[in-house]
Design a protein around this ligand. Structure first.
Ligand SMILES: [Zn+2]
Length: 402
């Protein structure tokens, strides 16, 4: 008995060391150098430790991607923003826990000549990424698959039947909250530098608290921290967690700073209006921003079965949106036509009623201020709670189960 306990304790210490060990010694990237010539372009990164880089290219638009173990980007000087030449700019951030990514935006097709790490005279390490111009044909031929394994194809699902939705054994319904953007993809940036990815996570955490306090809902978040999650993965989290409702949280920004208000969106192949269409295009770009290759994203609606499931789900989603608009309009200012629709990639789970809430315009001072207030967010949470209660109550058979 004593020996067993000691063994467990020793194991725990070893595990803790493995977990804490690498995190304790954070790798810092402190400088980015860029030298462009006709023959070759050299990008260098100064690193505090040696890393194993993984590099590949992506097309349309042309990009070179450098994946590193999780690092801290602490630039000693601002990044170069070349007005001309083969390099258009740089983006970087956490791609997923354990992996940081640098995306090099290219103005022309280029090939990766080398990506190596060598010791720097003095101290530290230097990563050298050499690129050379190439033809579009050669570029496309060199396209590597993304470093992450392609997501498994979603299985065709039977349409959800009224009153036959999966229930947890504790009787609570599972709600998926999807804080938009994250990691390398900040989303929109509003007044005072507020970032959409930060706001959506804060709101999701507050909503989770309110919904779970009711005792009627179990809430799963698609991300718990500032990490990048592909749009397809968000859908898969909803399905694998047996979500009964999927709510994606976003906020928009516009050049016209007087524009304010909330909107609830559901999926449709035809957008309700030009603004909704433009918004869906902006939101669907999230994967592109993070340098994800979209070629493996085969259309979600692959079979008639899924198509049917989706049609049924779209009707349920529209009903859900109706309840959300009604309840949210008691607490918040909604746009005229508070329920709109367009082709949002994140709403394409074939069997989970889904809606996307644009919480407001971060370009508007009043919207941004309100969304920063915990009391306002709690009121939104209460409105969502009432809307969910109505949604499940209005479904025949739902009352019987609880
Ligand atoms: Zn967004």
């Amino acid at each position: 008995m004593y020996t067993n306990r000691w063994r467990i304790w020793a194991l725990a210490v070893v595990c803790a060391w493995f977990v804490a060990g690498p995190a304790a010694a954070q790798i810092v990237v402190s400088r980015l150098g860029l030298v462009s010539g006709a023959e070759r372009t050299r990008i260098t990164l100064d690193l505090s430790q040696k890393v194993e880089p993984h590099s590949f290219v992506l097309a349309d638009p042309y990009r070179a991607v450098l994946d590193l173990p999780q690092v801290a980007f602490r630039w000693a000087e601002s990044l170069p923003t070349p007005a001309e030449g083969p390099i258009a700019g740089f983006r970087h951030g956490l791609f997923k826990p354990g992996t940081s990514r640098l995306v090099v935006d290219l103005r022309q097709p280029m090939r990766i000549v080398q990506a190596q790490v060598e010791p720097e005279q003095g101290q530290g390490w230097r990563l050298v990424l050499d690129l050379a111009p190439t033809t579009r044909e050669a570029f496309l031929a060199a396209l590597a698959m993304p470093s992450t394994a392609p997501p498994t194809q979603a299985k065709p699902a039977a349409p959800p039947q009224d009153g036959q939705m999966p229930r947890r054994s504790d009787g609570r319904r599972t709600i998926i909250l999807d804080p938009g953007h994250g990691g390398i993809d900040p989303g929109t940036i509003g007044v005072g530098g507020v970032r959409e990815k930060t706001l959506t996570l804060d709101v999701a955490q507050d909503l989770k608290r309110v919904l779970e306090a009711s005792g009627r809902y179990h809430v799963v978040l698609t991300r718990l921290d500032d990490s990048f999650i592909r749009l397809r993965e968000r859908i898969q989290i909803a399905r694998s967690s047996k979500g009964e409702v999927f709510l994606s949280l976003h906020a928009d920004a516009l050049g016209d700073t007087s524009f304010r208000g909330m909107t609830v969106y559901t999926l449709s192949d035809r957008a309700s209006d030009a603004e909704a269409e433009a918004l869906a295009q902006r939101e669907n770009k999230a994967d592109l921003i993070a340098g994800v290759d979209l070629r493996d994203e085969s259309p979600e609606v692959a079979s008639i079965l899924i198509d049917l499931a989706q049609r049924e789900t779209m009707n349920l989603s529209a009903r859900l949106a109706g309840h959300l608009v009604q309840e949210l309009s008691r607490e918040a200012q909604l746009l005229r036509n508070g329920h709109r629709f367009a082709g949002f990639a994140v709403l394409k789970a074939p069997d989970v009623p889904s809606a996307l809430i644009e919480l407001g315009y971060l370009s508007n001072r009043l919207d941004a201020q309100q969304l920063a207030q915990a009391a306002y967010r709690r009121r939104l949470g209460q409105a969502v709670l009432r809307a969910l209660d109505q949604f499940f109550r209005s479904r025949p058979g739902a009352a019987r189960a609880g």
